[in-house]
Structure formats: C-alpha cells, structure tokens
Design a protein around this ligand. Sequence first.
Ligand code: PLP
Length: 398
Amino acid sequence: MALSLFSSSPPTIRERCRSDAATKLRLKYAPYYHAMSAQSGPNIRLDGRDLIMLASNDYLGLSFHPKVIEAASAAPRQWGTSTTGARTANGSRACHLELEARLAAFLGREACHVHSAGYLSCLSGVAAFAQKGDVIFADKNIHSCLWDGIRLSTATVERFSHNSPEDFRAVAATAAADTPKMLVIEGVYSMEGHIARLPGLMAVAREHRCFTVLDDAHGFGVLGRGGRGTVDHFNLNADVDLVCGSLSKSLASTGGFVAGSRDLIEYLRTHGKQTIFSAALSPGQTAAASAALEVMQTEPEHLERLWRNTKKYTAMLHALGLDTWESETPAVPIVLGSKERAYRFWQALLAQGVFTVMSISPAVPAGKDLIRTAISALHTDEHLARIGDAMAAALKKI
Ligand SMILES: Cc1ncc(COP(=O)(O)O)c(C=O)c1O
C-alpha cells in the first residue's frame, strides 16, 4: 500500500517514489529513454524501424568521423580504459594536458580544465567561484547544471528575464555596490536556440564589475571563427571570465571543460569539489575530443554544411507555419504551446520516421511546450526532404 488512509504521518521515501505521478506518466507515455538497436550517423534503428535522428547535438557530425573513432579506440591501448581515480589522487595523463592546451589555445584563454561531464564543468564553474554573501545574477532560462552550481555556492541569486540586458540592468541596480557579483548566462540557449545578447549584457556586467561565467555548450563549434563560440562571435573574450561547456556536442565525445586565465583555473583546481573529488575524463573520451578539435580546425566544411543545413531546415519549418521561437542556431525548437499538442506532434513524427525529443513545462516556460530538434552537418538533402514530409504529415495530427 502506498499511503495509509488512517495515518497522518508523511509517506516514507520508498512510498513517495513508488507512487510518484511523474514517473507513472513517463512510463505510460514512454517519450524518453528509447533504446536504439543500431546507428550510423543520423540513421538510427528503433523497434525494427529505420528513423532519422533529429534530437542529437552532433552539430558537426564528428561522432562518426574516422579520425575521431580511431583516436578514441587508440587511446585506451596506451592509457587503459580509465584512470580509475581523480587527477588530484593518481595524476593526470599526457592526453588530458594535450586536450586542455588545445582547447585553451583555440578559445584564446591561458588555461583549461576538463571534467568527465559538461554538467560537472558548468556546475563547478559557478560553485567553485561564488560563495555565501555574493550575489549571482542569472538568466531565468539557464540550464539545470548552472542552477545546481548556484544552489551549491550558497550565494544569493537574482533572476532576470531571459536574454534581457534591460532587465539585468534593473535587477543589478538593486544590489549593494560593494557586494561581489557574478553573472551566469549561456552563449546559445539549448532549448530556445537563442544567442545571448552579449554586447548589452556585458555593458551592464562591466558597470557592476560582475565576474562572468558563460556556458557555451551549444555555441562551441557552432558560432565564432571556425567554431570558437559565442564570445568569439561577438569579439568579447576580454569581458567573459570563464567559458565552460560540454565535449558531448560539437566535439563528439563526453565530458566538459572550463577555460579562463591561469590563476582562475588553478583556483578551480584548489577549490572545485567536482574537480578534486571526481575521476578524470577517460583516455578514450579525451582523445576523441582532441581529435575532433583538430578536425574542426582542419576541415571547415563541417561547419559550413551545418549552417547550410540549418538555414534550409528553418526555412522549411517556417514555410510549414511552425513556430521556432526565433531560434538563430542549429538548436531548433518547435513550439506547440501545450503538453497535449507537443505529445501528439512528437508521436506523429516518430510514426513518420523522425526521432525528436519533447520538452514540456516546467522544463520550459508554461505555454512553450515544444519538440526540440537539432541539425547536424551529417543530415543530407534527402534527410531534410524526408523530415519536411514528416513535419507536414504530423501537423495534420494535432
Ligand atoms: C547548456 C548546457 N550546459 C551543460 C550541459 C551538460 O553537458 P553534458 O551533457 O556534457 O553533461 C548541457 C547538456 O545538455 C547543456 O545543454
């Protein structure tokens, strides 16, 4: 029995989990955790059917690049499959230092530290630097990892309207002048595909002497010269103290990074709990990210193809009358406006052979329930045509 009708005591944790409505709904409608039986680039096999993957963040399509695959398989032969410990405990490997030096140089930063997840990098980029008594200004729509970092820091948090330098200015004006301040934003917002209005935000940050942390998980590899990211896109490297991000999107690996000045990265290595107490990025993942970074720099055609595909895809969605929330990047939401419509559209796309992911409130603001799609350089014109037909058919089902 879940809850006793005759007892006023609160449910135990076991009872609460067993009777959780959200889990029951998820299991009933099964929109997440699908298991593919085969994959080749954006072609996947699910439940015996061939589908097009439109939900991955393989922006540059490097996860099937021969050089990246070769590097990922060669590294464990040299270093083993895992370092089986934190770098503070049993040391770094040459491949970590090589990746960090490459990333730092690419981003025009003095230093970089890599972690086993982008989630850890972004969380620790906030939690290690802010502390009780500080005030953090945060865009309302930042990723969950940044909110976790804010909570762990125990600093006071003040939210401002999404991507609004005007509201940031109004909120910042209420903070005491002598309080240490941090600004936490994303370069490209993962759900919305919006590019941060960085020039306006940085003008306010400068006035209030904010330490700025920018999560560029979706801007890295996509924006800026050769994919150097959002800060490079606006030429504002000097204004942003820390750029953090993920290796699991354009870099076709798993893991994350924090890049900044040498003294900040050494501070992170002294104070970042996730840096000190968590095992190192595995050698295979490290080598895959290094190889992908090299491919990014030597084969610009992937970035060119990504943008060509993105423009073609968004034009096609607009021609169908779909609402893309003014996305400016390859992360393209399709806003359906209610949970029911989003679910029906997602299901109809699946039936038509296109795999997407549904994101509903409270993960997105109320009324913005959506299907989140992402374009890859590996999508062909034939894929895009099939996706267009599927979208047109799915529209008739909602
Ligand atoms: C904006 C943003 N930051 C951080 C992360 C976490 O990255 P990872 O998946 O590498 O842990 C994600 C992943 O979805 C993201 O979208």
